[in-house]
Structures are given as structure tokens and as C-alpha cells.
Design a protein around this ligand. Structure first.
Ligand code: 7GP
Length: 851
């Protein structure tokens, strides 16, 4: 109002409006400023870790400018927004990716080179933020990259765990879990937002009462209130001025609560309460594709869902003259698996109890805004919470779910009469312990439900949720269940992880457009037989193998022959993924080598087999498989007859940054799950984009990759999904022959060849083998649930074909180029465009350079 004051404010605004310049000299100045003034380092005393932090802050300044302007633009344009709710984000290191996406590679390189520093060395200082388990979490991170790159107004919401995925140490061949306090030294990329907090209630009770308008209502009162505090993580897009946000919530004690305790002079209780509140976001549960009904886990889920929904609804009602009926035109929410599906009830609660929207309208809005992705067919992963537990923790939500279910069941009975379909579709599962099925709640509350690969989506319809699919078809909505085949971002997984390959593509295609339009890679196909490209391609692989060799030397003190075929299987350890079968094959290969004369051995293709991945801490068999791999590796690698020709190593502490070194170096990778068990797989895509070929089953996205790249680029084996039931049925009757080569492998294990001097390990290894063999006799068939015995012979054949093909270098190179150049479909840019079109109805909103 005061003109003098206004003038001064305008001066400040002008100052704030200017962007940080991006020439090398300005970057250096900004770096020095952060080193000295943000980190309090002196000229004489700073470490590489300090340098990394200061460089991180240089980037953060630029990210913030872009983030703020992007948000302002979205508001100005009043766009529809997408919100991705995920309990996990396996984001990986920020720095290299941020530099690439902000288009600062050249000036950064120059700036730091001139200061005597290599960017690579700075990158190495960053700890991986590992706020996820595996595929589901990494997919969420690739999705964020594509949302920003496509200039889509989409944000991610999740939990800022203080302890991420545990660090895996290998001691005496066994997995030992170590805490990963990744946030210990602070992360220079995140922006704490003490100004953005929401209260989240847990426990307490529901009381009848009157609302502000004097109407009868139900009030949820009492219990504990924690504050969710926002931490923003800017996600820059590539080749756009948009930067989106990943908002992670940290649990903090409420201020009032603390004060009460303090005034009661009960200081230690107050501190204890603080600790209890903070526990909520302390640790990520290290389970992948399995479920543990732990109370803290449900608390975490509700905590982040409630804060996120409050935040996005606040954004909606900030709009002038908002109308609730417009909500589905402005908001689309994606629930990443069942973890955030309490959102269905929380959305209803916020609309009905807090915003006073009538029930029927609220339900219509909920089911128009929410969507659900299923990521696994493993029944043990479908969350079901005991009603008793949920009633204690979220009493109002259980009422809401009860009411929703009542209306739902009434409708179903009217349609089908009382019968088994009613029990199958109910949200409640009867039994000794009555449970709430989160999958059913998710489907009921969603506009669209999707699987993550074509085969997986069919399995969802046929096997995981057949009654829902029937209901959808019967009500004229078969399209409620759609397929969204997964992808990966080529920025991180090709450009950053494999700069040599990125340079080849850009050189041959004449521009880096392929990085945002992977169909451009088709242009490489005309060079697939070009000897000049072959030479460069092989050089690229050599560079990657050299880097891998350095990594293996450093982490395992393992020397590898860089001319060997590199064979990699990296993913969570799970019986359905069949790392065990891979290990059994390596033993077989070793036995073959041992039988040969030295002259015969000379002719055998050299191989290095690398297996890596974490096992859930309570998953006994997965942990045993790790031990077996380590023990087998020890025998093979130290055998003078074979050591040069075959190596087997377990790569410890598999994580995003390790994947970035391993994947570019592979010749083949193993995606060998039993048909019908791997929902999609995404590392298969990363490997092929880097010119590796797949040994795989007809499962998940393998099927679609093969379709795109050509049958000759994949070494397929094993039974098909529709054959599994028949094989299992025959096995139950005792028709389950064990291949003689596999018997020889079993024999070696039983003879203790891989457990010398370790009686405990010997018994454990025998138990693994016995389990596979325990397939005979009616009714007892449960041992080889994943058909290792059945698929082993064709696996051996596929591996022989790999060796034969690899011997022809020109052919191999051609296949490698052909495959890598045919992967457009598996860019998350394609996946996310489909989500935006088919599920969310969200449109790109690229902001102009200057605002
Ligand atoms: C994984 C699936 O196992 C994998 O096949 C898929 O590619 C990935 O999701 C992304 O869709 N599932 C999980 O990581 C997981 O934890 C249980 O599933 C909820």
C-alpha cells in the first residue's frame, strides 16, 4: 500500500527474478561461495566430500529457480495435475542426472576441470538415496524423470525414510544387513520445508457430534497427532524448462504436544514422544514382493497418504471459486501398488468429514480421481490388514470402509444373488482373523487399474482378480483394467550410465533427439552391419568392461579377463526369479569343464557370471541362495583347471549406482523367472538398451522386448505360462523327471563339494536341493513351485546357443546393435505418455524459458 514500501519490494522482486548464470566462471564462483559460506570450509581445508556438497548446492540453486517457476506456471495455467503416491522411490544418485537434465554438462566439466577436479570423482562422493526395495521403487523414479521431461504437471509423494534399504555386507558368504543412515550428513539436493506441515492423527476414537454448521456428524478425536513435514526434491526434465517435485514426508512431533509435556515439567517424556513420532518415518521395510502385517508399516502408509492428500486438496481449494465437481478435471492420483491404498478411505474422510461433501458425491469424486497399479502376482504381496488393528489405529476409516462395503455388497447381491462371488469381491475377508483386503479396496475405489506388462495384465484379469474382471465386463466397463507396459529412462540408463554409447548414437544420428524420442534410434539399424560402427560398438563395450573390472577389483578384489563373456543377473533375490537355477547351471558348466582335456578347454568360451541382489532379512531360502552362490564361486574361482575360463562372483550391496556400472558391461543378462511370475522386469530393458542380449523366459516384458527387437536377439527357454498348471498337475502325480545333468549337480552339492568344513551350510544346501526333489506323490507337490527342474534342460540349451552365437563376433555385434536400437517402446516417456492419456487425462504444460 505504501508507495515507498512497494518500490522497495519491487527492487527485491527484481533481484529474485534473475537467474543464476550458467557459464563456467559463474559456476566456479557459485561453487566457491557455497564452499566458503554454506559449508564453512576454508581455502586450506576442504575434502572431496565438501566439494561434492558445494557442487550439489550450486545445482540446487538452479533447480530451485526452475522448480519455483514451473510451479508458478502450473498455477497460472490452472492445469490438471497428476500425483504419484508411492511408499518407495529408488532415486539413485542425483548429481550426474541433474547436470545432464539441466543441460549443464559442458560448463560443469569446464568449470571443474579448470579447478583441477574431475566430475566423476564428485559423483562418487554421493551416497545412493535408496528409499526403495527394487523394481517398484526404481520404476517410480524413472517415472518422475519422464513426467518432468514430458513437461507434465505431475508430482511424486512419498516418505523420507531416515534409514533406506539396508547395506548388504557379505560375511563368510552370508548376507549381513547393515543400517543405511543415508541422510546422516544431509543431502544437498533436498529442500526442507518447515513451513509445509500437516497434522496426521492415529488411534483415538469416533464421536458423534455437531459440525460447525450445526449438523450431525462423526468426529474422529483423541489419539496421537504427528506432523508431516515436507522435504522437496526437485526433479528436472531433460530438454525442457520444467522441474517437478518429489515431496517426501518426515514425521515430527506436534508442537503443542511437546509444549504440554514441557510445561508439565515432564521433559524426558516429551523427548520420548518426539522419538516415537520420528520412528514413523525412520526405516523402510526391506520386503520386496512380500508383505508383513506390521503395525508400524500401516502407520507409515497412512501417514504419507494423509499428508499427501491434504496437500493436494489444499492446492485444489486455493484456486479461486473452486467447485468440488471440478476435482476430477484437476486431480488424478496414482496409487503405486497396495501400499498407499488407504487413500481410498482417506480421500472419502477428507471430503465427507472435513470438507462436508455429501457421501455420494464424495464417492463419485474419489472413484474418478484415484487409480491403482498392481506390480506383482505373488499372492503373498497382496496386503490384508487385520480389522482389529485397523480399527484401533484408524477407527473412522474402518467405519467408512464398512459403509462402502455395505453399499457395494448390496449392489452385488442384487445383481448376482448371494454366492461365492460376493465373498470374493468383499473388502472384508472372513476367517479366524478378519481382514481388510487392500487390493479389493483399491480396485473398488479406482477409475483405472493397470498391470505393468501385457502378459501380467492378462494374468490380473484371469487369475489375480478374476471376479472383479467379470464384474467389470458385466457392467460394461471391461476397460477399467488396462495395460501399461513398464519402461526405464534413457537419460539415466543410457546417457549417464554409458556415455560412450550415448556418444555413438548422437554421432550416427546427427543429434541427441533420440534421448527424448527413442524411435529415432531406428536410424541406427541401417548401420548394423557397418564394420566401422562394429569397431566403435566393441570399443564401447570394452570401455564399460574396463570400468566394471575396476569396480570388481575394488569391491571384491576379483580380477576378471576383460575378453570374457560377461553374464549378469542382478535383482532382488527371490525363488521365483530363479537365481538358484542360474547357480545350478554354473555348477553344471564347471563340471563340464572339469571333464575336458586342457586342449578341449581351450575352445570353450570364457565366462564371468555375476549375480547380485539383496534378500529380505526374514527370507531364509533367499539368504541360503546367496550363501550357495558365494561358496560355489569360491570353489570355481580357485580351481586352477577352470579359474581362467569360468568365474562366478556374488556382487555385494547391489544398488542403483552399482547397476550403472554393471549394466553397460554385460554381454548377456539373465531374466529367467518362471513364466507368469515376473510382472514385468525393468532391468531387462536397461540391459538391452545398453547392447546386452537376454537369456530369458517368456515372461513379463521379455515377451514384448523380443517382439520389438526380433526373435534372434533373445535366448528364450522354459515352459510357457499356460503350460505351468499342467506341469504342476503332472508333477503331483509323480511325472517329474530330473535331467541327468541336473542330477549330477545335485550330487555334487550333496557330496559337500561346496560346503567343505561347513556342516551347517552343507545341511542347508541339501535342504534346498531336497525341496526341489520333493515333487513326487499325490498331494505333496510343493517343492519345486517355480519349476527349476522342469526348465533346467532348456536353460542349458539356451546357454549353449549363447556361446555359439558369441563366437561369431560380427553376428553378435549386429544383434547387439539391432536390439539396442529397437527399444523405443521401453522408454518411460512412452509409458508415461500412456498413463497421462489413458488414465490421468493430464496434458503437457511446458513453461517458457523466462517467466
Ligand atoms: C516389481 C515386479 O516384481 C517387477 O516385475 C516389475 O518390473 C516392477 O515391480 C515394476 O513394475 N514389484 C516390486 O518391486 C514389488 O515390490 C510388490 O512388488 C509390491
Amino acid at each position: 500500500e505504501n508507495p515507498d514500501q512497494k518500490e522497495k519490494m519491487e527492487k527485491l522482486w527484481k533481484l529474485m527474478e534473475t537467474y543464476e548464470p550458467n557459464d563456467p566462471e559463474s559456476i566456479q564462483k557459485s561453487f566457491a561461495r557455497h564452499l566458503e559460506y554454506s559449508l564453512a570450509c576454508t581455502r586450506f581445508n576442504f575434502t572431496m566430500q565438501d566439494a561434492y556438497r558445494a557442487a550439489g548446492l550450486v545445482l540446487r540453486d538452479r533447480l530451485l529457480e526452475s522448480l519455483n517457476d514451473t510451479n508458478a506456471y502450473y498455477r497460472k495455467m490452472d492445469v490438471k495435475r497428476g500425483y504419484y503416491l508411492s511408499a518407495e522411490y529408488l532415486i539413485g544418485r542425483h548429481m550426474q542426472n541433474a547436470i545432464a537434465n539441466l543441460d549443464l554438462e559442458q560448463p560443469f566439466k569446464e568449470a571443474f576441470h579448470a579447478l583441477g577436479m574431475q566430475l566423476e570423482d564428485l559423483f562418487h562422493e554421493e551416497v545412493d538415496p535408496a528409499l526403495g526395495n527394487g523394481g517398484l521403487g526404481r520404476l517410480a523414479a524413472c517415472f518422475l524423470d519422464s513426467m518432468a521431461t514430458l513437461s507434465l504437471p505431475c508430482w511424486g509423494y512419498g516418505i523420507r525414510y531416515s534409514y533406506g534399504m539396508f547395506k548388504q555386507d557379505i560375511q563368510n558368504g552370508r548376507q549381513v544387513e547393515m543400517p543405511d543412515f543415508w541422510i546422516g550428513d544431509g543431502c544437498p539436493f533436498e529442500i526442507p520445508r518447515p513451513d509445509i506441515t500437516y497434522p496426521v492423527r492415529l488411534y483415538g476414537e469416533v464421536q458423534e457430534g455437531l459440525n460447525a454448521q450445526g449438523e450431525w456428524c462423526l468426529n474422529w478425536v483423541g489419539g496421537d497427532i504427528v506432523q508431516a513435514m515436507a522435504y522437496d526434491n526437485p526433479i528436472p526434465g531433460f530438454d525442457t524448462y520444467n522441474t517437478n517435485n518429489l515431496r517426501l514426508w518426515r514425521a515430527c512431533p506436534t508442537k503443542e504436544f511437546d509444549l504440554d509435556q514441557y510445561s508439565a515439567a515432564n521433559f524426558t517424556d516429551a523427548v520420548e514422544a518426539r522419538r516415537k513420532a520420528e520412528d514413523l518415518s525412520a526405516v523402510l521395510y526391506p520386503n520386496d514382493a512380500s508383505y508383513e502385517g506390521r503395525e508400524l508399516r500401516l502407520r507409515q502408509q497412512y501417514f504419507f497418504v494423509s499428508a499427501s492428500l491434504q496437500d493436494l486438496l489444499r492446492e485444489f481449494i486455493k484456486r479461486p471459486n473452486y467447485k468440488w465437481s471440478e476435482l476430477p478435471e484437476k486431480v488424478a492420483v496414482q496409487m503405486n501398488d497396495t501400499h498407499p491404498t488407504i487413500a481410498v478411505a482417506e480421500f472419502m474422510r477428507l471430503l465427507v468429514d472435513v470438507m462436508h461433501v455429501p457421501w455420494d458425491e464424495a464417492w463419485e469424486l474419489t472413484t474418478k480421481c484415484l487409480n491403482y497399479t498392481n506390480h506383482t502376482v505373488m499372492p503373498e504381496a497382496l496386503e490384508k490388514w487385520p480389522v482389529e488393528m485397523m480399527t484401533r489405529m484408524l477407527p473412522r476409516h474402518v467405519q467408512i470402509i464398512g459403509e462402502l462395503n455395505l453399499r457395494w455388497i448390496n449392489g452385488l447381491v442384487a445383481k448376482y444373488g448371494d454366492g461365492p462371488i460376493i465373498a470374493a469381491l468383499s473388502i472384508f475377508e472372513e476367517g479366524d482373523v478378519k481382514k481388510i483386503r487392500m487390493g479389493n479396496l483399491a480396485i473398488m475405489g479406482s477409475n483405472k487399474v493397470n498391470g505393468v506388462a501385457a502378459l501380467h495384465t492378462e494374468i490380473i484379469k484371469k487369475e489375480t482378480f478374476p471376479d472383479f474382471y467379470k464384474y467389470c465386463c458385466d457392467t460394461g466397463a471391461p476397460d477399467k483394467i488396462v495395460n501399461m507396459t513398464n519402461g526405464v529412462t534413457p537419460r539415466r540408463w543410457v546417457h549417464c550410465a554409458n556415455p560412450a554409447l550415448s556418444a555413438i548414437f548422437t554421432k550416427y544420428l546427427g543429434s541427441h533427439e533420440w534421448l527424448t524420442d527413442m524411435t529415432k534410434l531406428k536410424g541406427m539399424l541401417k548401420f548394423k552391419e557397418d564394420p566401422k560402427l562394429h569397431a566403435e560398438w566393441m570399443e564401447m563395450k570394452k570401455t564399460a568392461k574396463k570400468k566394471l573390472a575396476g569396480f570388481l577389483k575394488e569391491t571384491l578384489d576379483l580380477e576378471i579377463d576383460q575378453d570374457a563373456l560377461i553374464d549378469i543377473q542382478i535383482k532382488r533375490i527371490h525363488e521365483y526369479k530363479r537365481q538358484f537355477m542360474n547357480c545350478l547351471y554354473v555348477i553344471h558348466r564347471y563340471q563340464q569343464l572339469k571333464k575336458m582335456s586342457p586342449a578341449e578347454r581351450e575352445k570353450v568360451q570364457k565366462r564371468v557370471v555375476l549375480i547380485g541382489g539383496k534378500a529380505a532379512s526374514a527370507y531364509v531360502n533367499a539368504k541360503l541362495i546367496i550363501k550357495l552362490i558365494n561358496n560355489v564361486g569360491k570353489v570355481i574361482n580357485n580351481d586352477p583347471d577352470t579359474g581362467k575360463l569360468l568365474k562366478l562372483a556374488f556382487v555385494p550391496n547391489y544398488r542403483v549406482s552399482a547397476a550403472e556400472v554393471l549394466i553397460p558391461a554385460s554381454d548377456i543378462s539373465e531374466h529367467i523367472s518362471t513364466a507368469g511370475t515376473e510382472a514385468s522386469g525393468t532391468s531387462n530393458m536397461k540391459f538391452v538398451m545398453n547392447g546386452g542380449l537376454i537369456v530369458g523366459t517368456m515372461d513379463g516384458a521379455n515377451i514384448e522386448i523380443r517382439e520389438e527387437c526380433g526373435e534372434d536377439t533373445m535366448f528364450i527357454f522354459g515352459c510357457l505360462e499356460h503350460e505351468v498348471a499342467g506341469i504342476a498337475a503332472k508333477a503331483k502325480e509323480g511325472h517329474y523327471p530330473i535331467d541327468s545333468r541336473l542330477q549330477a549337480v545335485f550330487q555334487a552339492i550333496r557330496n559337500g563339494e561346496f560346503s567343505k568344513g561347513e556342516p551347517e551350510a552343507h545341511a542347508e544346501f541339501c535342504s534346498l536341493v531336497d525341496k526341489l526333489c520333493n515333487t513326487h506323490g499325490a498331494g505333496t507337490w510343493d517343492g519345486d513351485r517355480y519349476l527349476v527342474v522342469h526348465d533346467f534342460p532348456s536353460f542349458v540349451d539356451a546357454q549353449a546357443k549363447v556361446d555359439a552365437t558369441y563366437a561369431d563376433k560380427a553376428k553378435w555385434c549386429k544383434l547387439s546393435i539391432q536390439a539396442a536400437s529397437s527399444m523405443a517402446k521401453f522408454s518411460t516417456d512412452r509409458t508415461i505418455s500412456e498413463y497421462a492419456d489413458v488414465i490421468w487425462g493430464v496434458k503437457p504444460a511446458p513453461r517458457p524459458m523466462e517467466m
